[in-house]
Design a protein around this ligand. Sequence first.
Ligand SMILES: [Zn+2]
Length: 146
Amino acid sequence: MVFYAQTGRCRWRVLLEHLEGESAVERCGHCDNCLRIARQEKVLERAEHEQAARIEVDDRPPRAMFAAGDVVTVKRYGRGQVKQATADEVTVVFTDGALRTFQPEYVKKARKGPDGVIDRRRSNSPVAMRDEPASARKLRAQQSLT
Ligand SMILES: [Zn+2]
């Protein structure tokens, strides 16, 4: 009876096993241990579901806001064309030939209209993550030729 009191298994089944040597019943579903097991399983099941849902979201690749060839404007630098874009950075070729990489939040799709219209809603001043002037590119091109 000490085992009966201490076991975490279904009390009904333990009792039946004790009396009959073997029980066909897996669980009664009503004793305190069965209720506790059912609660744990429900929590575990829910955690697994939530984990699966989270992984599903994480697996989805972040969508790039811009595509190569998009005409965009960047405050301070002006109008340019997207060379390549990921969800994290946008590389823009400017009219002067310079190649600059920005965080997507600093890059705006160019609308038809006059250049140089300042969008005052954006208070952040753009900072190029990489700033490669045209002269540097020419120099590199020359170096690769030699
Ligand atoms: Zn039970």
